[in-house]
Unconditional design. Structure first.
Ligand SMILES: [Fe+2]
Length: 190
């Protein structure tokens, strides 16, 4: 599959969710990740590829900005190269986090983003992360909560996981494992 004309995300696009504000003060507006959208279709589902080269944002590992979908739409990720950590969080009506968990995945693994979970992807490894996703093509992602809170409820840094103190009553981070085969039931996608 030929990858061309990506949508590029720069540091400026995600600066308010970066953990290391000291580093950010002096950092140039570097390229962070590359999104190639709509490479394949299955009905109303769209297949995208995202490439996130390995780099540090100061003390934090490079990551996507993070977003929520409208409640009824999940997402399926597939790691094509490298390693990923998917961080998923669910909030209540007061925007308090009621659940947050991470899935570490490597090449060939599948990771389900359940309906109603906001999510970010981190590249924790030394190599470029290349991942694909299947997602319903009919909604706009919502960035506002993650922007308002300056990120997800945890940051992944060289010192491990650090809680984001802009959220109150954040539960302990729990961990789940990825799937090794594509889930048979994709009804969580739409
Ligand atoms: Fe998404």
């Amino acid at each position: 599959m030929k990858l061309e004309n990506p949508d590029v995300r720069y540091l400026k696009d995600i600066e308010n969710v970066v953990f290391d504000k000291e580093w950010l003060k002096e950092a140039p507006n570097i390229e962070l990740y590359y999104m190639y959208r709509n490479l394949e279709r299955r009905g109303s589902l769209r297949y995208d590829i995202t490439v996130i080269p390995a780099q540090m944002l100061g003390s934090e590992f490079v990551k996507t900005k993070g977003h929520y979908h409208p409640k009824q739409y999940g997402e399926l990720y597939i790691v094509l190269e490298g390693e990923a950590i998917y961080l998923m969080q669910k909030v209540n009506e007061e925007n308090e986090v009621v659940d947050i968990y991470a899935v570490e995945a490597k090449k060939g693994n599948y990771v389900v983003i359940p309906k109603d979970y906001g999510h970010i992807t981190i590249n924790p490894g030394p190599e470029s992360l290349k991942m694909a996703n299947w997602v319903y093509d009919g909604f706009q992602s919502n960035y506002s909560l993650i922007e308002e809170k300056g990120g997800a409820a945890y940051f992944y840094t060289i010192n491990g996981w650090i809680k984001n103190d802009k959220y109150s009553n954040v539960p302990d981070l729990r961990f789940e494992v990825p799937e090794v085969e594509e889930p048979k039931d994709l009804s969580f996608l739409n």
